[in-house]
Design a protein around this ligand. Structure first.
Ligand code: SAM
Length: 295
């Protein structure tokens, strides 16, 4: 079961007030939403994954029936529209994003996110999307693949891996996670470090399949628009690409006089959480507060 990361730090940063509305852009298993509800807040939550929403409807049925929680299966890049449709007259006091995939998605053997086990190379969080990871491997050029592995995964041996992919796809096609794992193992020379050799390529493909960085770019201005004065936006990132977008946008907002970065130092997990949750190792929290006079 997914464990919410930086839970206490995020909830404290949002300064939840009873009866106020909050947005959870990435519901998952509802760890952060549950904490907002426990503090008396009301939540409009998004997830693109039908399984996450179905889980939420059941596990949080009482809150849904009481009108304290609204669950929407939608990409958070439609945030402004979903807010207009569901809580048109409400002020939004805080907004949270806990980017990426949940542990439940990663562990699901059928969805192709993980290099453990064997599955079709799918990797869609939203199964309404038309392009799976195996489709990208089939159509992108060698240069495009190498570039994707380097820019979205930080994989320095991306060129060699892309070369091997193009060779193998001509020979027999690439359909499964284990086929890709074998290709990566064959192409990579540098096996140092604690990461599985396939980690960075899998990350890069997942980010591309789900358009993750584009969604973050698209949602932040919308989030700022719907946020009430003195409201806060909290973003938890797990890799360099996500964090770079958040950091840049927060910096621009601050220099435009829209508000201040609250987290002068990035917030990371403490020893106790790290012992308990491996996923927390790479989590980084940044928080921004909108000025009282900025509407
Ligand atoms: C890291 S998990 C969130 C976990 C959650 N905070 C919790 O404590 O259970 C990220 C979730 O966000 C969803 N997600 C990722 N990108 C999304 C997007 N652009 N729009 C909506 N949901 C998204 C994923 O499907 C996943 O369920």
């Amino acid at each position: 079961m997914h464990k919410a990361v930086l839970l206490q730090e995020t909830i404290e940063a949002l300064r939840v007030e009873p009866g106020h509305w909050y947005l959870d852009g990435t519901f998952g298993r509802g760890g952060h939403t549950a904490a907002i509800l426990e503090n008396g807040g009301r939540v409009l939550a998004f997830d693109v994954d039908s399984e996450a929403i179905a889980y939420g409807q059941e596990a949080f049925a009482t809150h849904v029936e009481a009108g304290q929680l609204i669950l929407v299966r939608e990409n958070f890049d439609k945030l402004a529209m979903v807010v207009r449709q569901n809580v048109p007259d409400e002020k939004i006091s805080g907004i949270l994003f806990d980017f990426g995939t949940s542990s439940d998605q990663l562990k699901d053997q059928h969805r192709g996110f993980s290099f453990d086990g064997d599955a079709e190379l799918d990797m869609r969080m939203d199964d309404r999307l038309g392009v799976k990871a195996k489709d990208l491997l089939a159509v992108l050029s060698e240069k495009q693949l190498a570039n994707l592995f380097l820019t979205e995964g930080g994989e320095r041996e991306g060129k060699a891996i892309a070369h091997e992919i193009v060779w193998q796809r001509q020979k027999r096609g690439i359909e499964t996670t284990q086929q890709l794992v074998q290709i990566i193992e064959k192409a990579k020379h540098d096996r140092r470090g604690h990461l599985n050799p396939a980690t960075k390529v899998f990350q890069a493909l997942r980010i591309a399949v789900n358009g993750e960085l584009e969604s973050i770019q698209a949602v932040l201005p919308q989030a700022m628009k719907v946020l009430a004065p003195k409201g806060r936006i909290a973003c938890i990132s797990f890799h360099e690409g996500e964090d770079r977008v958040v950091k840049q946008v927060f910096k621009e907002w601050q220099s435009d006089g829209i508000g201040q970065v609250v987290t002068k130092e990035i917030v990371t997990a403490g020893e106790e959480e790290l012992q308990d949750n491996k996923r927390a190792r790479s989590a980084k929290l940044r928080v921004f507060e909108k000025n009282a006079e900025y509407v």
